[in-house]
Ligand binder design. Structure first.
Ligand SMILES: [Zn+2]
Length: 474
């Protein structure tokens, strides 16, 4: 009898707990709706809300672009380099004369301001800032800090983890470093004349016999293992994608694809392959269809390797209109991408409705990067295709792209999404879960992370509900 009463009491307590959780969720939903009601969203309160809110993962994240310039200046000093005051380039010798230490740059406001205008997008829209075209400004930043990014990967990953925890983010899938590659004139000529499976097969066999190429693969995996030691724990995980630069020669692109696939097979930390770099430049446009065929070929060799491809990061006017008609479709139908990065040109693609239906049916998610798209392409507000993806039920996630270059963070991307598109709380919560669901984590890791997200949301909603009761009393 006593046991029955005890069971009943536990049951009631559980039911009470669930009811409490449901009422906390309702209270959070009401509070959130209040932040977006009225002519102007309550931006500061939204920022607090989104900073506190558990965010599952950041799935469109570039390692070197995620670090802020201030970090790179620290590493300039660590490596005994200096920054040339005229060119703002890192020079490989000790500071002297007009070549300053990182610390000296930090202390000289005028130089620091000028450097940040080159190493990031900071001040671009301010009066008096540099005025190169925004896409050039954005993509040019990487050349300034690449020198110290790879050599300090362990510190860099630790900093990114610390920042993620600070904004209640549990997972990052970072596009890590350029995969090993090997030039080959013969393959370049064959590819330019018309790429065949036989040519790819032969080049692959050649790479397989290339000790240097294989050593590059082993080093990449070994270096990553060392750099990522201690990053994963109960609160936070990081996984990695190898990547290919889309504006390089066919042999460099294909060989870096081969190494990317091979590394994803060999290392459990490397969970996918990406293709990056400015999509609107001549080589990227000219070779796009061929590169998707290369992916298709390699997918038949390595069917279990996941692809997340930057595709359709193009706006009307960046290239002739016919260039806007097929990139997302080819990334899905030819290359076999499981996720699409950006997907901006969808409204211009041939058969856009069918592509979106296919994405919905096959559960292919789009990584939405609002700050980056507004800056590089000028696409924002009601002109951003996230409006289409929402309307047609295509799954998507909110991501940062290059938080160090844009000088933003993931919470701010959620603030932008909420303030622009006025979703309800359920949608925003779903986006946080989506960023785990559509990650390339293993099935077990995904389950673990989803469970942890449940707990984090219960805590968050209780906190929001409680702080609102206090607010109402005042
Ligand atoms: Zn990107």
């Amino acid at each position: 009898m006593q046991k029955k009463i005890a069971t009943l009491m536990v049951g009631l307590a559980l039911a009470g707990g669930l009811a409490h959780a449901a009422s906390n969720e309702d209270a959070t939903q009401r509070y959130f709706a209040g932040l977006l009601a009225g002519a102007e969203p309550k931006r500061a309160e939204l920022t607090l809300f989104m900073t506190m809110m558990p965010k599952g993962g950041d799935l469109h994240h570039h390692y070197s672009g995620a670090l802020y310039a201030e970090q790179y200046l620290e590493w300039v000093d660590k490596q005994n380099y200096c920054v040339d005051k005229a060119s703002y380039q890192i020079v490989h010798h000790v500071p002297s004369g007009s070549c300053l230490s990182g610390a000296a740059v930090m202390l000289d406001n005028t130089t620091l301001t000028a450097l940040l205008q080159r190493w990031s997008d900071k001040d671009f829209h301010n009066h008096g800032a540099l005025q190169s075209p925004p896409d050039r400004q954005f993509f040019d930043t990487f050349a300034y800090f690449n020198d110290v990014a790879a050599t300090n990967a362990h510190d860099g990953l630790a900093r990114l983890k610390q920042r993620a925890i600070q904004e209640n983010l549990g997972y990052i899938e970072t596009i890590y470093q350029l995969s090993p590659m090997q030039p080959d004139d013969g393959f370049d000529q064959q590819a330019r004349a018309g790429l065949s499976d036989a040519a790819m097969e032969a080049f692959m066999a050649k790479l397989d016999q290339d000790a240097g190429f294989k050593q590059g693969i082993a080093s990449y995996i070994g270096d990553l293992k060392a750099a990522s030691a201690g990053i994963d724990d109960a609160q936070f995980s990081m996984r990695y994608q190898g990547f290919v630069l889309r504006f390089l020669s066919p042999s460099l692109v294909f060989s870096s694809m081969v190494s990317s696939f091979e590394m994803a097979m060999q290392s459990p930390q490397i969970v996918g392959v990406n293709i990056v770099g400015q999509e609107s430049v001549a080589v990227s446009m000219q070779d796009y269809a061929m590169q998707m065929r290369m992916f298709k070929f390699l997918k038949t060799k390595y069917p279990q390797v996941n692809l997340a491809l930057h595709a359709g990061e193009l706006a009307l006017g960046t290239v002739p209109p016919e260039g806007l008609t097929f990139h997302i479709r080819d990334a899905i139908d030819v290359a076999g991408a499981k996720r699409i990065g950006h997907g901006i040109d969808i409204a211009h693609e041939t058969g856009a409705l069918a592509i979106m239906k296919e994405m919905r049916d096959k559960d292919i998610a789009v990584e939405i990067n609002l700050t980056s798209n507004a800056f590089i392409l000028g696409i924002e507000g009601q002109n951003h295709p996230v409006t289409l993806y929402r309307k047609y039920g295509v799954p998507f996630v909110i991501a940062t792209d290059d938080a160090g270059v844009s000088r933003n963070n993931l919470s701010e991307e959620y603030v932008l999404f909420a303030s622009r598109y006025k979703p309800d709380y359920a949608e925003v919560k779903k986006l946080s879960y989506n960023s785990v669901k559509y990650s390339f984590l293993s099935k077990d890791d995904k389950q673990r992370m989803l469970k942890s997200l449940d707990v984090k949301f219960a805590t968050f909603e209780a906190e929001i509900a409680k702080s609102n009761v206090v607010t109402l009393k005042h």
